[in-house]
Design a protein around this ligand. Structure first.
Ligand code: GLA
Ligand code: ZN
Length: 676
C-alpha cells in the first residue's frame, strides 16, 4: 500500500489562502518557515473557484498556491475540494441537496452537504478529483490526497432510498429474508414490494436519531449510509488513481464518530488520518483511546493527526484556550500513540464567517511574537530534531479492547432497556482502567487478529457475528482472558435477539445465562461486593445503569450485588473453559472497581505496564522494538512529577542520558530511548 514517504514527522495543517488577499500568502509562508511547517492541506473548500460553472475549470489560483509551497520546500496534502458543492450546482441540479432526518429538503448552504446518492454529485465530484489528479498527480510537492472533508451525516432522499433498496436486494435476495431479519410482522411492518421500503427517519420509524421501533431496518440504514458514503469516497479515489496509480489517498476521520463504520472504510484508505479535538475536560485516557481506535483501523499502522487546534475551537459552548504546554503535550501524545504527522486546523484564522473565532497558528493579529505561535514554532523545531527516529514505528500491546460500530449502533438504537446507555462511555471506562495502570492497549473489533493478545476486554458486546463468536472461543480456549460486561451476546447481526436470551452463543464460554435486566436511573446505585480479594481489590464498590440478574451454569461467582431484591446474586463471574478464562461483569462499575479488576486480570495474564512505577496522571507509551524503541513519558498533570527510572534513558531532545529518576514539569513530555 502506498505511503506518503515522510522523512520526518510532518508538521502543518489546513491552509485556506483563497479566503484572503494573495499579498498575505507570502507572509504566511514566511511564518510557516519560522515555525518549521512543511505540510499544508489545501483546496479543501474551493470547488466554486476551481469550477465557476459547469463548463469551466480554472486552476490558476491553485497552480499559484501549489507553486508557492513547492518553491518554499513545503509539501502538499491536496484536498479534492468536494466537501461543499457550488451554489450553481445546487440551483441547477437540486438532486445534490440532502433530505434531513425530519424529511426536509435542504437548500444551498453550509458544507458536507451533498447527497452521496445524487447522480449530480456522483458525476461532478469524481470529475473534479480526476481533473486535479491529471493536473497535480505528478507534481513534486504532492505528498498525499485528502478526499472531501470529514465525511459525515445521513441523507434520506428518494435517490438514497433507491440505492438503499438495491443494497438490501444484494444483501437479502428476497423480501422474505428481509422481513424475517427485521422481524417485520411486529407492528405490521411487513413489506411485500421492494419499493415499499422507505428510509427510516422521523417521518417513519425513528423516535429520535438514536431510538427506533424497527431496529433491523435502522441498523441496515446505518450500514447502508456508511457504505454509501464510502462509495462516494471511492468514486474520487478511482478518479485520482486513473491519473496517478500510486497516489496516497486519505480523508480525515473523526475518532469515535457514530454514523460511519471506520473499520469498513479503513481497508480502502492508504493511511488513516483523523481530527482530534479534546475538550478541556476530556481525560487524557479518552484521547489515548481514540488514537488507539484510529491506529487499530489498519492493524497498528501509524496514522496522521490531520487536525487539532493550536489554541481553541469555536464550536464548543465555551472555547477554552489550551494552557501553555498543552498543545505540545497533546501533539506528542498523538505521536506517542502512533502519529507520523502533526497538523492543525487552521494555519491562519479566517477573516470572516463561521470559523473566524477558531484558533489558528497565525491569529488575526498576524504576529509571531505570541504565546501560541512560539509554542507552535518550538514544537516545529523539536519535530525537526526528532527527524525520523519515531517514524513508522509501531506500538505493541498484549491487552486489547473490543470496539465495534455495529454493537454501538444496535445497542443504542434499541428502545430499552436504558436510554442512558452510552456505548463509547462504557468502552472508555474499561480502556481507562487499563490506561491508569499504564498497560498498552490496542483497539480491536470484528475480523481483528486476536492471537497476539492475552487479555481482551469486550464491554457491551451486544451484537455478535458468527465469526466473532468463533474468534472469542478460540481466544479463550487458547489461553486468553476475556472480560465481557452487561448486554453482551444479546443479538445477531440483524439485531434479532438470540433464542435462549443473553449471552446467546457466549453462554457456554461465560458459563451463565441472564434471567432479567434491571435498568435504573443512573443516579441510583447498587453495590458490587467481592467474595474474596482480587489482588488489591476487595470490599464493595458502586455500580449503576444496568444490572443483569444472572444464573450461573459453570461460572464461579466472584462478586455479588449488595442491594435490592437481587442482593447476593452474581455481579462478577469467572469461567474457565479450555486454557483461558472468561469473566463477566453484570453492571456498570465505578472506576476504582474497574481499575482494580483490570489490574488483577493483567497481572494474572502476565501483562506488564509499559513503564513501572509511574505516578497517576503520567502516561507512558513505547514505539518500536529493541534498540530502536522510543519511550514517551507524558505528564498530564499541571504540576511537576518525578518518575523513577528502572533503566537509564537517553533523552532524544535534550541529548543527555538521565538515570535514577527524572522530573517532568507540568504538561511535560520526555521522549527517550531506554539504555538497556
Ligand atoms: C473539523 C473540520 C475543519 C474545521 C474544524 C474546526 O475538523 O474538518 O474544517 O471546521 O473542524 O474545529
Ligand atoms: Zn440522498
Amino acid at each position: 500500500m502506498p505511503d506518503p514517504g515522510f522523512r520526518k514527522i510532518s508538521y502543518g495543517g489546513d491552509w485556506n489562502p483563497e479566503q484572503w488577499d494573495c499579498g498575505v500568502w507570502h507572509e504566511d509562508i514566511r511564518l510557516f518557515r519560522e515555525a518549521g511547517i512543511d505540510l499544508l492541506s489545501i483546496n479543501i473548500f474551493a470547488w466554486t473557484r476551481l469550477q465557476p460553472d459547469e463548463a469551466t475549470f480554472d486552476f490558476a489560483q491553485l497552480d499559484e498556491i501549489v507553486a508557492l509551497l513547492h518553491g518554499n520546500g513545503m509539501q502538499v496534502c491536496l484536498g479534492t475540494g468536494t466537501a461543499a458543492h457550488p451554489a450553481w450546482m445546487a440551483t441547477r441540479y437540486p438532486d445534490i441537496l440532502r433530505v434531513d432526518a425530519q424529511g426536509r429538503k435542504r437548500k444551498f448552504g453550509n458544507r458536507h452537504n451533498s447527497c452521496p446518492s445524487s447522480p449530480t454529485y456522483r458525476h461532478f465530484a469524481p470529475r473534479l478529483a480526476g481533473a486535479l489528479a491529471q493536473r497535480y498527480g505528478q507534481h513534486p510537492a504532492l505528498a498525499l490526497w485528502h478526499i472531501s472533508n470529514e465525511f459525515s451525516g445521513t441523507c434520506y432522499c428518494g435517490n438514497c432510498e433507491i440505492r438503499f433498496r438495491e443494497w438490501l436486494r444484494a444483501k437479502y435476495g428476497s423480501l422474505d429474508a428481509l422481513n424475517h431479519a427485521w422481524n417485520a410482522p411486529f407492528w405490521n411492518q411487513t413489506v411485500t414490494v421492494w419499493d415499499e421500503i422507505v428510509a427510516p427517519n422521523a417521518l417513519t420509524v425513528q423516535r429520535d436519531d438514536r431510538h427506533t421501533c424497527m431496529q433491523g431496518l435502522s441498523l441496515d440504514y446505518l450500514r447502508f449510509n456508511s457504505d454509501n458514503l464510502l462509495d462516494s469516497y471511492l468514486l474520487e479515489d478511482r478518479a485520482i488513481r486513473e491519473h496517478q496509480p500510486n497516489a496516497v489517498i486519505t480523508t480525515n476521520l473523526m475518532g469515535a464518530y457514530r454514523p460511519i463504520n471506520y473499520r469498513a472504510w479503513a481497508p480502502h484508505m492508504d493511511v488513516i488520518g483523523w481530527d482530534s479535538y479534546p475538550g478541556r475536560d476530556q481525560p487524557a485516557s479518552r484521547t489515548a483511546m481514540l488514537h488507539g481506535l484510529m491506529r487499530g483501523l489498519k492493524n497498528g499502522a501509524p496514522f496522521l493527526l490531520m487536525e487539532q487546534t493550536p489554541s481553541q475551537t469555536n464550536w464548543q459552548p465555551h472555547n477554552a484556550l489550551k494552557r501553555p504546554g498543552v498543545m505540545r503535550l497533546q501533539s506528542l501524545q498523538a505521536v506517542a500513540h502512533g502519529a507520523d504527522a502533526v497538523m492543525f486546523f487552521q494555519m491562519r484564522r479566517s477573516p470572516g464567517a463561521g470559523e473566524k473565532f477558531h484558533g489558528a497558528v497565525i491569529e488575526h493579529h498576524g504576529r509571531s511574537d505570541t504565546r501560541v505561535f512560539r509554542e507552535v514554532a518550538a514544537l516545529g523545531a523539536e519535530l525537526r530534531q526528532l527527524a525520523d527516529l519515531t517514524l513508522g514505528l509501531r506500538l505493541s500491546a498484549r491487552a486489547a479492547v473490543w470496539f465495534d460500530w455495529e454493537s454501538w449502533w444496535a445497542c443504542e438504537n434499541s428502545m430499552g432497556p436504558s436510554a442512558a446507555l452510552d456505548y463509547v462511555e462504557e468502552v472508555w471506562k474499561v480502556y481507562d482502567a487499563l490506561h491508569a495502570a499504564n498497560i498498552a492497549v490496542d483497539l480491536v473489533g470484528p475480523a481483528s487478529d486476536l492471537s497476539g493478545y492475552r487479555l481482551l476486554a469486550a464491554p457491551v458486546m451486544y451484537l455478535l457475528h458468527p465469526e466473532d463468536v468463533t474468534a472469542l472461543h478460540g481466544f479463550v480456549r487458547g489461553g486468553g482472558t476475556l472480560l465481557t460486561t452487561f448486554l453482551s451476546g444479546v443479538a445477531d447481526p440483524s439485531d434479532r435477539v438470540f433464542r435462549g436470551g443473553a449471552p446467546g452463543p457466549l453462554r457456554d464460554l461465560l458459563g451463565l445465562w441472564v434471567e432479567e435486566i434491571d435498568a435504573l436511573d443512573p443516579q441510583v446505585h447498587n453495590r458490587i461486593v467481592l467474595g474474596q480479594a482480587l489482588g488489591e481489590l476487595s470490599g464493595s464498590y458502586s455500580c449503576n445503569l444496568l444490572f443483569e440478574i444472572i444464573r450461573t451454569e459453570g461460572a464461579e461467582v466472584m462478586a455479588t450485588y449488595g442491594e435490592d431484591f437481587y442482593a447476593g446474586t452474581p455481579a462478577l463471574t469467572r469461567h474457565r473453559p479450555g486454557q483461558g478464562q472468561a469473566w463477566h461483569l453484570a453492571s456498570s462499575a465505578e472506576p476504582a472497581f474497574l481499575r482494580g479488576l483490570l489490574a488483577h486480570l493483567c497481572q494474572e495474564a502476565g501483562i506488564e505496564p509499559t513503564w513501572p512505577g509511574l505516578p497517576q496522571g503520567v502516561e507512558a507509551t513505547m514505539r518500536g522494538e529493541g534498540e530502536a524503541r522510543v519511550l514517551f513519558l507524558l505528564n498530564h498533570l499541571e504540576h511537576e512529577v518525578t518518575v523513577p527510572l528502572a533503566v537509564p534513558l537517553r533523552d532524544l531532545l535534550a541529548g543527555v542520558t538521565v538515570q535514577g529518576e527524572v522530573t517532568l514539569p507540568g504538561s511535560g513530555v520526555l521522549i527517550a530511548r531506554p539504555q538497556s
